[in-house]
Design a protein around this ligand. Structure first.
Ligand code: PMP
Length: 328
C-alpha cells in the first residue's frame, strides 16, 4: 500500500514537474506585449468579448518599422507615428490619450525585450470592455503595443494593382487623416477584390473617380521626370510619403501634389507605392496594363534605394529620423 502510495506521489510529482517545466518554457517563450503600462505575456493580454472596439471598430493604431543598423536597432520616424497615433485617438474621442513620452517608452520598452533584429511594431489605443452602448462616455481606452519579426510586406520587386469597385470612404464620413481600426474594413474589402483578380494590391478611387491610394499605401507616379501624388483630403497622409518628398527634394527631383485620374496612372512613366509596411515598392502593372513595360524606372529605384539606406542607418544625414533603441 505504502509502495503504491509512494509510486502515486512520485508520478504526481513527476507530472507536476513536467507541467511546471512546460509552463515555464512556454511562459519564457511566449511573446511579450505592452498592455496599459506593463509588459505581459501575450497569453495574459486578454480583451473583453464586450470590447467596444471589437463591436464598433473604435480603435486607432500605427504600423511602425524597426531596422537593423550598425548602431543597433533603429525605429523609423517614431515621433511622427506617436503624433499620428495621438491625433487619431483624439478623433475617436479618447480622453485618456497617453502622453508622447509614455508612448515612446512603451514602444522602445517592448522592443527591448524582443530579440528580433528587424520587424514591425503595432501600437493600438482602443475602447475595451463596455455595456455595448454606442457612447464611449466614461470609457477609458486601453493601450497596447505588439512587436513582430517582419521582413517584407509586398515581397516582390514590383507589384500589380487592381482598381477596386469599392470606393474609398467619403472624407466627410470619416476623417481621412486618422488611422481608425473600423475604417480599415474599406481597405480590406477592396483588397479582397485585388486578391480575386490575382493582383497584389487594390487601388482605391475617391467618390468622383479621382485616384486616392492603395489599400494600405500611398501612390506616386513619375511623368517626364516629375513626381506626382494625390493631395491630402482623401488619403492617409503617409509618413513614408513625407519621407519620399524629403528624398526627392535632396535629389532635386520635382515633386508635386496633384489630383490624378486613372488615365494618368496608365500612362505614367513610372509608378510606386509607399507605406511603412510596403516601404517604397515599384508598381509594374495596373489593371493589366504594364507601366514602364513592367520594369522598375530610374527615379523609382533611386528613391527606393535611398529609402533603404536611410532606414538602415547608412545615411548619417537622416539619423535624426531614427530612434536607436540598443544604445543607453
Ligand atoms: N494609406 C493607408 C490607407 C495606409 O494604411 C497606410 C499605411 N499606414 C498608408 C497610406 C501609408 O502610411 P505610412 O507611410 O505612414 O505607413
Amino acid at each position: 500500500m505504502v509502495h503504491i502510495c509512494n509510486s502515486l506521489i512520485h508520478i504526481y510529482h513527476y507530472t507536476l514537474g513536467a507541467y511546471h517545466r512546460a509552463w515555464y518554457t512556454e511562459a519564457k517563450e511566449m511573446p511579450k506585449v505592452w498592455l496599459n503600462g506593463k509588459i505581459v505575456s501575450e497569453q495574459r493580454a486578454r480583451v473583453s468579448i464586450r470590447a467596444h472596439a471589437l463591436h464598433y471598430g473604435t480603435g486607432v493604431f500605427e504600423g511602425i518599422r524597426f531596422y537593423d543598423t550598425k548602431k543597433g536597432r533603429a525605429i523609423f520616424r517614431l515621433d511622427d507615428h506617436v503624433k499620428r497615433l495621438r491625433y487619431s485617438a483624439a478623433v475617436i474621442g479618447v480622453t485618456n490619450i497617453p502622453p508622447p513620452s509614455a508612448i515612446r517608452k512603451a514602444v522602445t520598452g517592448i522592443l527591448r525585450v524582443h530579440p528580433y533584429r528587424s520587424g514591425y511594431i503595432r501600437p493600438i489605443i482602443f475602447f475595451g470592455e463596455s455595456t455595448l452602448g454606442l457612447s464611449t462616455h466614461g470609457l477609458k481606452a486601453d493601450f497596447a503595443v505588439i512587436v513582430l519579426p517582419w521582413k517584407k510586406y509586398l515581397a516582390k520587386i514590383s507589384v500589380s494593382l487592381k482598381t477596386a469597385r469599392t470606393r474609398r470612404f467619403n472624407p466627410r464620413a470619416f476623417n481621412p487623416n486618422a488611422k481608425i481600426s473600423g475604417v480599415y474594413v474599406n481597405s480590406i474589402t477592396a483588397h479582397h477584390e485585388a486578391e480575386q483578380a490575382q493582383c497584389d494590391e487594390a487601388l482605391l478611387l475617391g467618390d468622383s473617380g479621382e485616384v486616392a491610394e492603395g489599400a494600405g499605401e500611398n501612390i506616386f507616379i513619375v511623368k517626364r521626370g516629375v513626381l506626382y501624388t494625390p493631395p491630402p483630403g482623401n488619403i492617409l497622409p503617409g509618413i513614408t510619403r513625407k519621407t519620399v518628398f524629403e528624398i526627392a527634394k535632396n535629389f532635386k527631383i520635382p515633386a508635386r501634389e496633384k489630383r490624378l485620374r486613372l488615365a494618368d496612372l496608365y500612362h505614367a512613366d513610372e509608378c510606386f507605392l509607399t507605406g511603412t509596411a510596403t516601404e517604397v515598392t515599384p508598381v509594374g502593372r495596373i489593371d493589366g496594363k504594364l507601366i514602364n513595360r513592367g520594369h522598375v524606372g530610374p527615379i523609382t529605384s533611386q528613391i527606393r534605394d535611398r529609402f533603404q539606406e536611410i532606414v538602415h542607418g547608412r545615411a548619417p544625414k537622416y539619423w535624426h529620423l531614427l530612434t536607436f533603441v540598443d544604445q543607453h
